[in-house]
Every structure is written in C-alpha cells, then in structure tokens.
Design a protein around this ligand. Structure first.
Ligand SMILES: Cc1cc2nc3c(=O)[nH]c(=O)nc-3n(C[C@H](O)[C@H](O)[C@H](O)COP(=O)(O)OP(=O)(O)OC[C@H]3O[C@@H](n4cnc5c(N)ncnc54)[C@H](O)[C@@H]3O)c2cc1C
Length: 417
C-alpha cells in the first residue's frame, strides 16, 4: 500500500503558518491527509511578509559547499534536510507559483518584483485548492491529558484531535509578528530540552560611544569596510553605526561568533579595515607625505580619502598618541579594534538561535519521546546568516518533517490494517 493511499483518512494539525508550516501543509495535503493549520495571529505569514519589505531574499545562488557551510555547527543536519529541497528546488517551486526569480550581483536570489506578498497570495490560493483549512486567531496552548491539542480561539478553547501534529512555531525574534517563543515552555513541560533562544543576525552594543560620535554619526553607514574576528576569514561589506553600537549585514554575518565570544569572554573584539583595497605600505607612504599647514583631518582625507563616519570612528577607537604622527595611523586604519559587549535584545534580531535540539529528533524530525509530533523551521536549533539561508532551511525542514509525518502515518496504517 502506498503512503498516499494508506494515509487518506488521517487528520493532521499543523501549528504555525510561517514558511515552514505552510510548506509542510502543502506536502501533507498533496500526500492525501486532511490538514488543519492553526495560527495565533489574524493572518498567516507575517514574518515572511516583513522579510519582503526590504527585498525578499529567498535563497542564494552560491555553490553548494559554500551554501551548506553557512549553517555552521549544524551544517551536517541541514545538509540532510537540504538534500531533498535545495536552493534550485526552491527556485523551481517559486516559478511553479507563477513568480519569477533573479540572482542579484551578490548571488542573493529574489523574486523579480522583490516582494513577498504576491508569492504568499499565490501560495495560499494553492493551499486552499489543495483543501488545507487555515484557522487564524487560533493559539496552541499545549496538550490535554488525552493527547488532544488545546487550541484557544475567539470563541474560547477547543480540544482538537489529530493523528499527528507538526509544530512550526518559529523562533523568538520580532514577537509581535506571532513567533513569540512561548512554545518553549510547552515543550519543556513535556520533558523536551530546548536550547535557550538567543538573538542571531542582530546588532551589538559597545561599552558606549562618545557623545560626539553618537550625536553626529548614529545612523551613518560604513560602506566598503572589512571585518575580521580571530580564526575567521575577513569579509568586506557594510554596517551602520547605531546609538549604542553597530548593526547591519556585515555584523550579522559574524553575529553567531561575536555572540558566542561575548558569552564566554564577556566581550568580543572585532577588527575593522576601513580601507580594504589599500595596502598598509601604500597607506603609510601616503600619510608620511608632508602635510604643511593642513589640519590632520584634511591630510587624512587628501591622502587616503577617509572622511565622515570612518574618520570619526578612527578618532574614537585609535590610540590618542597615534594622531601625533600621521603615518602611525596607517596600522589603525587597517586594523581598528572595536570592542562589543552585548547583543541587542532578541525581539529586535532578524532571527534566533537555539530551539529544539536535533539530538531530540529522529531523522524525520519527529520528537523521539513524543511519537507523532514533528517540528520544523526556525524553532529548530540551527542558525544562519542573512542571505536567503534562513528561509531556504525553513522551507526544506517543513518539507522534510511533512514527508516524515506521512511516512510515519503510512507505517502505522500498515500495522493497523
Ligand atoms: C525583518 C526580517 C527580515 C528577514 N529577512 C529575511 C530574508 O530576506 N531572507 C531570509 O531567508 N530570511 C529572512 N528573515 C527570516 C525569516 O523570515 C524567518 O527565518 C522565517 O520566517 C521563519 O519561518 P518559520 O516558519 O520557522 O517561522 P515564522 O515565520 O516565525 O512563523 C511561525 C508562525 O507560528 C505562529 N505561532 C507561534 N506560536 C504559536 C502558537 N502557540 N499557536 C499558534 N500559532 C503560533 C506565528 O504566529 C507564526 O505565524 C527575516 C526576518 C525578519 C524579522
């Protein structure tokens, strides 16, 4: 008996209508089960829609080994999940929804119109056609003693019986969009260990900027700078100086390492190269030229093009004595130490690290101690930088968990019949 025909009579609950839950619902409905999807919010896909506001970066076109390396400590687990649904498969799936994609100069992949809303609309239409019943304003509160699901809606609480359930509750960032991390205690009550949710792809604070820097340059972007951490290759990119520290894509790329270093050592020192295209010797030579009556700021600008927020950051972070002799500023420009002392709070982060540990799940993403309960998406304990890696893994894990669930139901039907 095929999995699809053996599971037809089953009813499955998907909790959470983000990319992972919606993808799971699609696979489950195609697999022939009745799918009820519950979401606490008045509409589904809110974080997905927000991700589309600045340009929906849905995946990345870089070569597979580089792509997989973005999942850091969880590369092995994510490699398994992405086996069946990688960046190319994700793009093909989007194209099937009638949405075209393109690869940006950095390798990031976007829908042609850069937006999430048309994609979500087309997707929800497809899910309706597949018979998925979406119940919004329906908050999952855990399980009743008989194993049924506690769902609180506008008319009060109901007990929902399902043959299996798939949790896709998201992480803990931007809680006003629905993923508030409240599920962690619901699973802990059932004896599941959950790694604490922590900010990922987040900004960091310094011990405090000078008033001058904060007042004049908070909000200013530092473009074309390189950032390096010990034992990590430097990367060139950009970030923004904030009231309390720094944020932006170059910082996010290192956020896991910076956060972990702060956790163990109390602070993390990153090194900035303010002029990554200019070799140190050339810089020293340029700065050693006579400056005549020019102010140091003008000399710096004339000889190196440093000005504005970059020059102000140099003034803030380089040793005061280095300014006595311009040429001695060159090493500071190439390796400016920036000490970061704490990440910004989880609710401001793009995503979260932590969650359900892979050690507590089987290869099909079912909780080992709770047969019939599957987990997917950002609520699993992995993290990745921005660049489309987050959404790709959410989609892929939603599919993997749904396939695992169908197989599990299929096996049980075979036993029952
Ligand atoms: C500002 C911003 C920009 C981003 N940009 C990008 C980007 O460009 N590219 C990228 O790859 N990623 C991006 N991301 C990250 C990406 O959006 C998330 O990783 C992804 O949405 C996570 O999907 P998910 O399905 O696991 O969870 P979510 O999308 O968080 O969905 C979880 C759902 O579960 C529901 N839920 C939670 N608890 C309950 C409960 N108890 N009962 C019922 N329902 C519940 C929530 O309401 C929510 O709808 C961005 C995130 C943010 C905040």
């Amino acid at each position: 008996m095929s999995a699809a025909s053996s599971v037809t009579a089953h009813r499955v609950a998907v909790i959470g209508g983000g990319p992972a839950g919606l993808m799971a619902a699609e696979v489950l409905a195609r697999g022939g089960v009745r799918v009820d999807l519950f979401d606490a919010m008045p509409s589904v896909g809110r974080k997905f829609l927000l991700a589309g506001v600045g340009g929906m970066n849905i995946t990345h076109a870089e070569a597979r080994p580089a792509f997989l390396s973005r999942y850091g400590k969880r590369q092995a687990e994510l490699t398994e999940l992405l086996q069946d649904f990688d960046a190319d498969a994700l793009r093909a799936w989007i194209h099937e929804l009638g949405i075209d994609t393109f690869v940006g100069t950095s390798g990031r992949v976007f829908p042609t119109d850069m937006k999430a809303a048309p994609l979500l609309r087309a997707w929800l239409r497809r899910l309706r056609e597949l018979g998925v019943a979406i119940h919004t304003r329906s908050r999952w509160l855990g399980w009743n003693a008989d194993g049924s699901l506690r769902i609180a809606g506008i008319d009060g609480e109901q007990a929902v019986s399902a043959d299996a359930c798939l949790l896709a509750l998201g992480g803990g960032s931007w809680p006003r969009l629905g993923s508030d991390g409240a599920w962690t205690s619901l699973l802990q009550e059932r004896g599941i260990q959950v790694t604490a949710l922590k900010p990922s792809n987040c900004g960091f604070e310094t011990a405090g900027w000078s008033e001058h820097l904060r007042n004049r340059f908070a909000g200013a972007p530092l473009k074309n700078v390189a950032l390096a951490l010990p034992n990590q290759p430097a990367r060139i990119g950009e970030f923004v100086l904030t009231e309390r520290g720094v944020e932006g894509s170059l910082i996010y790329a290192f956020s896991a390492a910076i956060r972990d270093t702060i956790e163990t050592e109390g602070r993390a020192v990153v090194h900035l190269d303010l002029l990554p295209q200019t070799p140190l010797a050339k810089l020293q030579q340029a700065l050693a030229r006579p400056r005549g009556k020019q102010s140091l700021a003008k000399h710096l600008h004339r000889q190196t093009s440093l000005e504005g927020v970059k020059a102000a950051l140099l003034r803030e972070l380089a040793a005061p004595e280095a300014f006595a002799e311009p040429a001695s500023l060159a090493p500071w420009i190439k390796e400016l130490p920036l000490t970061l002392v704490r990440p910004r709070p989880l609710d401001e982060a793009i995503s979260s690290a932590g969650g359900v540990r892979f050690e507590d799940l089987n290869a099909q993403l079912m909780l080992k101690t709770m047969p019939g309960v599957f987990c997917a998406g950002e609520m699993l304990d992995w993290e990745a930088p921005t660049g489309g890696y987050l959404l790709t893994a959410c989609f892929a894990s939603g599919r993997a968990a749904a396939k695992g669930l169908l197989a599990w139901l299929g096996d049980r039907s075979d036993i029952c019949h």
